[in-house]
Design a protein around this ligand. Structure first.
Ligand SMILES: NC(=O)c1ccc[n+]([C@@H]2O[C@H](COP(=O)([O-])OP(=O)(O)OC[C@H]3O[C@@H](n4cnc5c(N)ncnc54)[C@H](OP(=O)(O)O)[C@@H]3O)[C@@H](O)[C@H]2O)c1
Length: 345
């Protein structure tokens, strides 16, 4: 007989205040095959992708869609081709855009995008990390092509991180600092200014003011790298003005209107996108790099070189707490990360 498990999802794309915006239901417990691990979920975190997918669409679905990407849990069983993990291993991961999410008792995930969970952090501290760490790592070290091993020469280079206090910015500032760069992070309130300094920013600018003036007031005419983490349209002209000739810009947010690449022509500056899901979405040959990145993040966390960006814990995992977390993320003023777990640790 098929075993059933609890899950939380939605059939209608409703505002979070509506009763059915998220609902609990039962679904068959999946079975691990191939490269998959079946993981018993212990804690999840909510990202803007959760609220975006929940809200966007008009049709009513036949069966509820389970979302949730970040998760920490324990491996319950493994598929016949899995070799990186065994039953009982504590793991953390950000999952795939295409598959059923982490807001369920158990979840299937391809082991090539899973890392060993850090051993010195609480479950909640670890659950805050996977999606944002993968995004920040790939943006900095793959798309901006910064070499973290060259800490000495990186000291002469400056990066501007727009949105230093959100989930991605809070880990990106730490990783850029670890790579040796001078980090200018943007924050607009006293709480977020303090937060970005605590998380590795050397200097702070205000993204509610003119960023060109803000950066120039600090004594920099241009910066070597820019990492854009909120409102590409709103910050495009400032970035084109501030980037150094031959500098590099990466963005993780989508433009709503055409961006004028012409503005980078004379500077021959490079522009790159980062999408954390690309590797699993297209099953790229380097997909296993996400396993390696998460294992490195795990080590850096256990060594205390970087710290968890957890800022709020809710428990237990239920509809009410998941709705609270969605509401916080939708505010666009989230500082660090919100996590929901089965216990309070
Ligand atoms: N491409 C990918 O793979 C990927 C991965 C993760 C996230 N994302 C996207 O990247 C964005 C950031 O994600 P996140 O998780 O870091 O978000 P988040 O945690 O929700 O970011 C919240 C922060 O944004 C800041 N902010 C608000 N308006 C801003 C503006 N106009 N300019 C600069 N900062 C602003 C706020 O600071 P103040 O309150 O101080 O203003 C707040 O602290 C989202 O759009 C998300 O969908 C993409």
């Amino acid at each position: 007989m098929t075993k059933m498990m609890k899950a939380i999802g939605f059939k209608e794309h409703l505002p979070i205040e509506k009763e059915n915006s998220l609902v609990e239901f039962k679904m068959p417990k999946p079975i691990a095959k191939g490269h998959d691990l079946l993981v018993k979920v212990a804690a999840v975190s909510v990202n803007p992708v959760d609220t975006g997918v929940r809200k966007s669409g008009h049709s009513t679905l036949k069966i509820p869609k389970v979302i949730g990407w970040d998760a920490v849990g324990t491996v319950v069983s493994v598929g016949e081709e899995a070799s990186l993990f065994g039953k009982g291993d504590p793991v953390f991961y950000a999952g795939s855009f295409k598959r059923s999410g982490s807001n369920s008792e158990c979840q299937l995930v391809d082991e090539r995008i899973v890392g060993h969970a850090p051993t010195k952090l609480t479950i909640a501290q670890a659950a805050a990390m996977p999606l944002t760490s993968l995004t920040a790592w790939e943006a900095l070290f793959e798309q901006l092509e910064i070499d973290p091993a060259k800490q000495k020469s990186n000291r002469n280079k400056t990066i501007l991180i727009i949105n230093g206090s959100g989930g991605v910015g809070s880990i990106a500032t730490q990783l850029a600092h670890w790579a040796g760069l001078k980090v200018i992070a943007s924050a607009s309130r006293s709480e977020t200014i303090k937060w970005v300094i605590d998380h590795g920013a050397d200097q702070v600018v205000n993204h509610r003011k003119d960023l060109v003036e803000e950066v120039r007031n600090l004594g920099y005419h241009y910066v070597d790298y820019i990492l854009e983490l909120n409102d590409l349209d709103g910050h495009w002209n400032e970035m084109a003005e501030l980037i150094k000739p031959s500098g590099r810009i990466a963005s993780i947010t989508e433009n709503r209107r055409p961006i004028n690449l012409h503005k980078l022509t004379q500077k021959r500056a490079k522009f790159a996108w980062e999408w954390m899901y690309t590797k699993s979405f297209y099953q790229t040959s380097d997909m296993i790099s996400q396993h390696n990145i998460l294992d490195q993040i795990s080590k850096l966390l256990d060594q205390g070189i970087i710290k968890s960006t957890l800022n709020k814990i809710l428990f237990p995992i239920n509809v009410s707490n998941l709705k609270k977390a969605h509401k916080l993320v939708e505010s666009n003023h989230m500082v660090g990360k919100v996590v929901i777990n089965y216990s309070g640790i």
